[in-house]
Design a protein around this ligand. Sequence first.
Ligand SMILES: [Ca+2]
Length: 341
Amino acid sequence: MATIDLFNGFDMGAAISADLSRATETTSPTSEVLTFQSGTRMTITGINLTHAIDGAPASGTVTGIDLASGDPHMVISGSSIDASLVGLAFQEGDFNQALPSLLAGDDVITVRGTAPPAVDTTFTAQGWGGNDLMVGAGDGSRINFDGGSGDDTLQAGLSGDTYLRGGDGDDSIVGGVEFDDINGNKGNDTIDAGAGPGNDWLVGGQGDDLITAHAGKNLLYGNLGNDTLHGGNGGDVLRGGQGDDVIVGGSGNDFVSGDRGNDTETGGAGADTFHTSQDAGIDRVLDFHISEGDQVLLDPGTTFHVSQVGADTVIDLGNGNEMILVGVQMSTLTGNWIVGA
Ligand SMILES: [Ca+2]
């Protein structure tokens, strides 16, 4: 496990491809201190290090790297990789090539924001392999996290906007106060939009995902798998995608669409729109209240037939596709309760 700290806007994705021509270097079996032509200074620490004629690490074990160039810098400690992999990256002129090896394990990656007054800085970090913990600490920055493979935990923390990607594995992702753009990607992910009315975009990706929003007008999309979506307060757009989904709109005027599969939908308080179509499977709406202004929305050209089946109103869309308004008497449905066809 390595511990990685990124300070003041260090960009793990781009910053280390610069000029790696060495101006000075000091080597020993436990360290290598390099100054590049660009002025960047790097300290490599390790065990039994040897060094090639061109100065690159040749053998031994690299346990840490401190890459400092003025204010933005990165400190890696607790790593344990073959020094030749770092040396090879040097020879290729691209230190980034060493990162997948340096960060292959279960790492703790922390991005540290700028001190007030806040500076609009973007942090970019990747977890690569392993089950990583990625944390935003501080204020005034936006962060761009990619967990990579493994079951990762991403915690935005910072007050700025976020772009959070879970990658492979069963990830747990928590957004920040402002706008969050979150995608769990593969695996069974747990996504929480975090505090604040950020009007977030929350996508589950593949697998069976749990997505929870809070205040604001959020977009929740379960995508593939059997997903559970909670919209929280505010008028949200909730789409289940494929699979059998459970959707809870919360308060506010929500747009709820189970999409494909057999979905269970609850609009909550407010005038909610329940969308269905002729390939939507069998969807059950648990709280259709015409008194709240709830509506059923159909695609243009949809053909349908409405009937009372026991205690429920059933909208038959043909070919086994139905929307069931649970506990609703058809005789109470008047006015524009069903629109769009
Ligand atoms: Ca890792």
